[in-house]
Design a protein around this ligand. Structure first.
Ligand SMILES: [Zn+2]
Length: 59
């Protein structure tokens, strides 16, 4: 998953995995400069510098 902060244009790549039969997605590699935030919809990523949600596109 490619992450991009709309505020500072920081980009990074997060590697996610979803176990078979599981509903939760696990973050295998935390992208540099971003932090993961667990919501009821799953993990989302925030830019650490801007504290804004990053937009993500599935690679
Ligand atoms: Zn940012």
């Amino acid at each position: 998953m490619h992450l991009r902060c709309a505020n500072c244009a920081l980009t990074s790549v997060a590697i996610l995995s979803q176990p078979k039969g599981g509903e939760s997605v696990f973050v295998e590699t935390l992208p540099t400069g971003f932090r993961s935030v667990v919501t009821k919809y799953g993990d989302t990523f925030y830019c650490e510098a801007c504290n804004r949600p990053a937009s993500g596109t599935v690679a």
